[in-house]
Design a protein around this ligand. Structure first.
Ligand code: AMP
Length: 533
């Protein structure tokens, strides 16, 4: 029997920040402050301050496995927390500041958060969260007039011993946004985070390197900003944080001013950026070939086309809180690099193929679906950065007996092995015994030149059980009639898919993660067809 002779070095994230400090210590971390000024620091300073934070937390009696919460925008101190809390053996719990205070309080108590780091500008929200019953033992205000964070770092005991980390230790926790039932906790380990980070860098995944300047627009409380802060530290790439300013003009100013080469965010962010660029051509000098990762909800094909026209590349990826999040990335397979343009855009608008170490399968009642681009089923996923359970063992039925996580997403696979999501299981519309995929209708509508955004939901119908209604926001200054939009869909879909109604609205309600809030839309239109009964 031959035993492997390799060193047993655990996959722990202290190595990321240690290396960034030692070998790329001068690389910059830039943050937009609440007063709009730009704060500049380096990985060297971040590493030193993260270790001070760790010692301060150990001094404050944080023990391995204890949860330390953050209620913060994207900025340098949040990055320090990303490293400092796990260095102390703690578990970073990034609270979602867009949730209702009652929900934040529930999540904080469910996780058992002991200490909270809160941005000064979010202090009023913190007060509401406490009024809603959150029980933190201690709160540390970060930044501006009330700052307590600098004193915490300054007073960190020099002799506090940092624990030795194991790769299976918990490092961070996030709660699912939970459209059904209570939010559920997912806990990431050092190992799952390190493996996810390494694979993110691969050219077939996000293709990140030291020469990049990375801007996570996606909040650090949304699945760890999709892992970008860890990936940036692993490469030593310059990082740019937008702070609280997520409007298109502020983002474009930063993208141009800091020569960002790759940014990441939900489709709504890029919709706003596209409009701002179209409204002021040539105003922003962006880095040539700027890439933008888009995920969280489906990227409309039209958006991908429009950005190509503007000399920027959208890269579509799929993931979930439960998958750390990268689970699928969409790139045109090399054998189709010269295929016709329409096909290449269609493929890029799909969700893609799994990265190394992740596997997916699409299954329906009959088993795994054929890769025929037609038969759909539920997307199942497994891998070393896919959660194997929820905190407290809630909803065990989300895992199959043979070890797959049920995503709740409906998908099909084409002959190239590219996965396309067609809907959430819960959002499918059942009309006369047949299924209608709302996301497909939405994407088609968003390809109409006058349409800015479109959400499609099912409303109860006396004859058909449910019928689709499209809720549409038009682009500024554009017009389109209901009949025109229905005719636009009629040439693309079976007749029974065409929504009975198209409602033109000012805005579509959104969830805290920027997705269409279909529960609210369904409530609004619940009685739409009642008069037909
Ligand atoms: P969350 O855990 O809040 O990140 O939500 C995960 C869900 O967002 C997935 O199950 C999908 O329904 C949806 N989602 C994420 N990325 C995409 C994408 N690229 N296209 C369509 N839906 C997506």
């Amino acid at each position: 029997m031959t035993t492997a002779t390799m060193m047993d070095v655990p996959l722990t994230i202290d190595q990321l920040i240690d290396r960034a400090e030692r070998w790329m210590g001068d690389a910059e971390v830039v943050s937009r402050r609440p007063d709009r000024s730009l704060h500049r620091t380096t990985y060297r300073a971040i590493a030193q301050r993260a270790r001070r934070l760790a010692r301060a937390l150990v001094g404050a009696k944080i023990r391995p496995g204890d949860r330390v919460a953050t209620l913060m925008w994207n900025h340098a101190e949040h990055l320090e927390a990303y490293f400092g809390i796990p260095l102390a053996g703690g578990v970073t719990h990034t609270l979602n500041l867009r949730l209702h205070p009652d929900e934040i309080a529930y999540i904080a108590n469910d996780a058992g958060d002991r200490i909270l780091l809160v941005d000064d500008v979010l202090y009023p929200l913190y007060e509401k969260v406490v009024a809603s019953g959150a029980r933190f033992e201690r709160v540390v205000v970060v930044g501006c007039a009330r700052d307590q964070y600098e004193a915490l770092l300054a007073d960190a005991p020099d002799d506090a011993m940092l624990p030795t980390l194991a790769e299976t230790d918990a490092l961070g926790t996030c709660y699912t946004s939970g459209t059904t039932g209570k939010p559920k906790g997912v806990v990431y380990s050092h190992r799952s985070t390190m493996l996810h980070t390494i694979v993110m860098l691969s050219p077939d995944t996000l293709g990140l390197g030291r020469a990049d300047t990375i801007m996570p627009v996606v909040p650090m409380f949304h699945v760890n900003a999709w892992g970008l802060p860890f990936a940036a530290a692993m490469t030593g790439a310059k990082l740019v944080f937008p702070g609280p300013y997520l409007d298109a003009a502020s983002l474009l100013e930063l993208l141009a001013g800091e020569r960002v080469t790759i940014a990441a965010g939900v489709p709504t962010i890029w919709l706003g950026i596209r409009e701002a660029l179209d409204a002021a051509p040539g105003r922003y000098a962006l880095a040539p070939g700027l890439r933008m990762v888009v995920g969280g909800s489906a990227a409309p094909e039209q958006l991908i086309r429009d950005f190509d026209r503007l000399g920027m590349t959208l890269l579509h990826a799929w993931g979930m809180t439960e998958t750390s999040p990268i689970g699928l990335v969409s790139r045109v397979p090399p054998q189709l690099a010269d295929a016709d343009e329409a096909l290449r855009y269609q493929l890029r608008a799909k969700q893609g193929v799994p990265p190394p170490l992740v596997d997916v399968v699409v299954r329906n009642e009959a088993g795994e679906v054929a890769h025929d681009d037609r038969t759909s089923g539920e997307l199942l996923v497994r891998g070393p950065w896919v959660s194997g359970a929820y905190v407290g063992g809630h909803s065990p039925d989300r895992w199959t007996a043979d070890g797959w996580f049920r995503t709740g997403d409906v998908a099909r696979v084409d002959a190239y092995g590219i996965v396309q999501l067609t809907d959430r299981v819960a959002d499918l519309i059942k009309s006369g015994g047949e299924w209608i995929a709302s996301v497909e209708l939405e994407n088609a509508l968003m390809g109409h030149p006058a349409v800015r955004e479109a959400a499609v939901i099912g409303a109860p119908h006396p004859k058909w059980s449910e019928r689709p209604i499209a809720v549409v926001v038009l682009k500024p200054g554009q017009t389109a009639t209901t009949d025109e939009l229905r005719a636009f869909l009629a040439v693309r879909f079976p007749k029974f898919w065409v929504p009975d109604a198209v409602e033109l609205v000012e805005a579509i309600p959104r969830t805290s993660a920027g997705k269409f809030k279909k529960t609210e839309l369904r409530d609004t239109y619940r009685q739409y067809f009642d008069s037909l009964a």
